[in-house]
Design a protein around this ligand. Structure first.
Ligand code: ATP
Ligand code: MG
Length: 668
């Protein structure tokens, strides 16, 4: 079983007694160690699958890991194995312990848009920056285990006092809605375990061994959860790479790697240095770029996969040309090498860069799939439908109530909703409950009163059946009852309405599939969907398509041929990071991007780019200068110009000289 692993990998798999950290660069087989170790533990070490939990960074990674372990052994022995993200594990804990936490079994999970809306109501503002600022401060406080009361008493300035009050109101609102946000999914179990050692012991006995992938991106809260669950014996395997820590903006803390050593003196550290993914040139480029960052841990990657092609660096006139060139090169490369579309990935720094690539790929009839973009579940029509499910699952979910009752319009106007809201606030009950208050009848018009009763009666009837009947069929019944399709065509032009309806049907199909695979009920689904939106869209079908992805979402994955586009100052590194002194994190993103490639890597940048409708001249990324110049081949030229890369900086001039001296084919 272990013969497909090198010796340090085997050592990592066999090490079961105490805490283990596998610290290694990209493509060195860290994730493979986790997968094989799960199989080893069950097959050789006598572990029951129910006592093992593997934690991955995305749902997609979790599915993949489950599948891979499935290939290694008999499905019957895998029963009860937990492979999930931190958030799904948190959801499982909150669900099982809802009573101890003071929540009803059917609580709602709010996504970030819901959180923004609540904060916007509390602040009585529509200023996006202000709202975002408050939301992220609240999130930080939560992750640091600062309660609203603590924030209120420790506030040092008017500003802090104000935010503490917003935090208090936000938490109260969430509780009134019987809702939790993403941060709560980790924070609540951690606080519960601190409070109730018996509950913790129960979970420690259930989850006896933890395996954690992408450990470098855990935040303080997640680390505490690991520490609690693994307890005194520290039975866990964490694998990670400090050079791939790219979620500092969400509270991830590389220092957690050092903390492990302090908190677990028996910690064993195993390093892996052989890379099984990329050619030497790609690795050399990755090593060269990352060597410009200060090092936490020294490591050098090497591979036996041959030297490989030089890395292509292509300069294009503008983003339109860049996208077109990528499409054309991709087609030519595919033709020459008889590859599949799924062997290619186009990676970029920000989601906004996808649109222009998409249109060029469509022009060239290249099939593609987007990861980490605007989620399917963020589309308005999908959120409309989901609001019904949320309300069916949890009648205290006021945001879902408002959305569902106004979509489609039922002639219930704002005045009625305000009256209803007033009554609910006065009695400290949910909007749904307020509908059944006798005093409501005198407050609103008779027709509106009737409409409210009909609506809530309908929700109640469906809720009564939600746990018993198949989710897909029930969803179809709801759509028919609310005449959703008709409503879409009434409120939109035929073409967009058709697209929206198709999306809704896709949702129904997805429900059918999930119900079939996992036996999930409508209620289960309503809760899980919020998690799916956290890091990615739906599970993709295995189709032959080019992958479009942000650098962040590409973590852990590998592709035969990678195009890394928009390698410019202001994009990669991102302007905000340049201004905020966070270039090192951007360099790690670049490192992640380069190391996704197995056989070829093409890096592109533009001479000018449209920003807020205006063309501006852009400069090539500083990271291009950090590439080993002997291993790159530069081509492309700004139309009609020579020495196009103009900059006072010495490094830039060097690249300009290179460009001038090289006789690369003009791709323009
Ligand atoms: P990343 O840091 O990008 O997450 P990783 O360290 O998790 O990378 P894996 O994805 O586990 O690396 O492995 C990279 C590739 O190398 C995979 O295709 C994997 O199957 C392969 N691989 C890993 N170990 C071996 C081995 N001992 N022999 C052959 N192939 C291997
Ligand atoms: Mg990995």
């Amino acid at each position: 079983m272990l013969h497909k692993l090198n010796s340090p990998q085997q050592a990592a798999v066999r090490h079961l007694d105490g805490p283990l950290l596998v610290l290694a660069g990209a493509g060195s087989g860290k994730t493979r160690v986790i997968t094989q170790k799960i199989a080893y533990m069950i097959e050789q070490a006598g572990y029951d699958a129910r006592n093992i939990a593997a934690i991955t960074f995305t749902n997609k990674a979790a599915r993949e890991m489950q599948e891979r372990v499935g290939h290694l052994m008999d499905a019957s022995r895998l029963k009860g194995l937990t492979v999930s993200t931190f958030h799904s594990l948190g959801l499982q804990l909150v669900r099982m312990e809802h009573a101890a936490l003071g929540y009803k079994p059917r609580f709602s999970i709010l996504d970030s848009a819901d959180a923004m809306k609540i904060v916007s109501d509390i602040l009585a503002t529509t200023d996006k920056d202000e709202i975002r600022g408050a939301v992220s401060t609240i999130s930080r406080l939560k992750n640091d285990f600062v309660s609203p009361d603590m924030a209120l008493t420790s506030a040092q300035s008017d500003g802090e006092l104000r935010i503490a009050r917003v935090y208090r109101a936000y938490q109260d609102t969430l509780f009134a809605y019987q809702a939790v946000d993403f941060d709560d999914l980790i924070r609540l179990p951690v606080e519960l375990f601190d409070r109730e050692p018996e509950i913790l012991t129960k979970w420690q006995l259930k989850l006896r061994y933890l395996l954690i992938d992408e450990y470098q991106d855990t935040n303080v809260c997640q680390y505490r959860l690991i520490k609690q669950l693994t307890g005194f014996h520290g039975k866990f395997t964490a694998v990670g790479d400090d050079d791939q820590s790219i979620y500092a903006w969400r509270g991830a803390n590389v220092e957690n790697l050092n903390l492990l050593k302090e908190d677990f003196p028996r910690l064993e550290v195993i390093k892996l240095e052989q890379n099984y993914r990329s050619t030497s040139r790609i690795l050399k480029a990755a090593n060269a770029v990352i060597s410009n960052n200060p090092k936490l841990f020294e490591k050098q990657l090497w591979s036996e996969l041959g030297i490989g092609d030089p890395i292509s660096v292509v300069e294009m006139k503008d983003e339109e040309h860049e996208a077109e060139m990528v499409a054309m090169r991709l087609l030519a490369h595919k033709f020459e090498n008889r590859t599949q579309f799924s062997d290619y990935a186009i990676l970029y720094r920000g989601n906004h860069q996808a649109r222009i690539l998409e249109s060029q790929l469509r022009n060239h009839k290249i099939p593609y799939q987007i990861a980490g973009g605007q989620s399917f579940f963020d589309k308005a029509e999908i959120k409309d439908v989901l609001s019904y499910l949320r309300l069916i699952a949890n009648q205290n979910d006021d945001p879902a109530f408002i959305r569902a009752i106004t979509t489609p319009k039922r002639g219930i106007g704002n005045v009625t909703l305000e009256k209803l809201g007033g009554l609910a606030a006065e009695r400290k009950i949910s909007l749904f409950e307020a509908v059944f208050m006798p005093s409501l009848e005198g407050l609103v018009q008779a027709a509106q009163y009737e409409a409210l009763q009909t609506f809530c009666g309908f929700i109640n009837r469906i809720a009564g059946r939600a746990n018993r009947e198949p989710a897909g069929a029930l969803l179809k019944e709801i759509l028919t009852a609310i005449e959703f399709e008709t409503w879409l065509y009434e409120t939109d032009e035929p073409r967009p309405a058709e697209t929206k309806w198709k999306n809704v049907l896709e949702l129904v199909a997805w429900f059918d599939k999930r119900a079939e695979e996992n036996g999930d009920s409508l209620i289960d689904m309503a809760q899980k969907i919020a998690l799916v939106t956290l890091l990615e869209g739906r599970s993709e079908e295995e189709v032959d398509a080019v992958r479009l992805s942000t650098l962040h979402a590409s973590k852990g994955l590998e592709y035969g041929h990678v195009f890394l586009v928009g390698c410019e100052e202001g994009i990669l590194p991102h302007q905000q990071s340049i201004d905020g002194g966070m270039v090192e994190e951007e360099r790690r993103l670049m490192y992640v991007g380069i190391t996704r490639a197995q056989r070829s890597l093409t890096i592109t940048y533009c001479g000018k780019r449209k920003r807020a409708g205006e063309w501006s001249i852009v400069e090539p990324s500083r990271f291009l200068l950090e590439l080993p110049q002997d291993d790159i081949r530069i081509s492309g030229r700004l139309a009609g110009q020579k020495n196009v890369v103009v900059s006072k900086q010495e490094g830039r001039a060097k690249l300009a000289n290179l460009l001038a001296g090289l006789d690369g084919k003009s791709a323009n």
